[in-house]
Design a protein. Sequence first.
Length: 227
Amino acid sequence: MSTRDVALVSASVVGGALASAIAVRFLSGYWRKPSSNEVDSLAVDANRSLENSSVQCPFDPSKRKGYLSWDDYFMALAFLSAKRSKDPNRQVGACLVSQDGIILGIGYNGFPRGCCDDKLSWAKKSRSGNPLETKYPYVCHAEVNAILNTNHASAAGQRLYVTMFPCNECAKIIIQSGVSEVIYFVEKRLNDSVMYTASRRLLSMAGVKVRKHQPQMSQILIKFEEP
């Protein structure tokens, strides 16, 4: 083998090793589980790309595409309301809507008005086994707050959007207030599902429609900036 051939073989080996190293480094980085900050950043970039791609020609007379559906709009308000909850374990929001699509009331889970949320427990369990040391005897659920926040307007025949399927106590109030339909996002799963089984039974017997929300958008980006 000539000197030239040896040089070519050596260069090929070095080049192949370098390419392999780069490929391994790239693939290891590619398959690495992204951090929460990276996921948020990717989501923001995706939303920006979507918004930029939807910029319309100023001479185009057609309406904008990609706007929110009514269902996504009202459920998004329920999710936004949940952000106001001070419950450290689970934040639930609700939005009450008229048959004409008018927002009547919104609510989230928290303590009743006038009850200091620094003087009552937010714990799910009590170390001593005393239920009064947990949040459950004190919390007012999101569905109830949305109905009570209607400024005394009737809830009869209205739709209730809620981020979580209502328990049996909330179902009773929903029925008694006259709500005709409940749209929920997720159903809570418990080992003891008696309260939720009872809720479904009560709502069904009362003729209240129940359906799971099927979002048309996976997420909505809200930016506090001048439109």
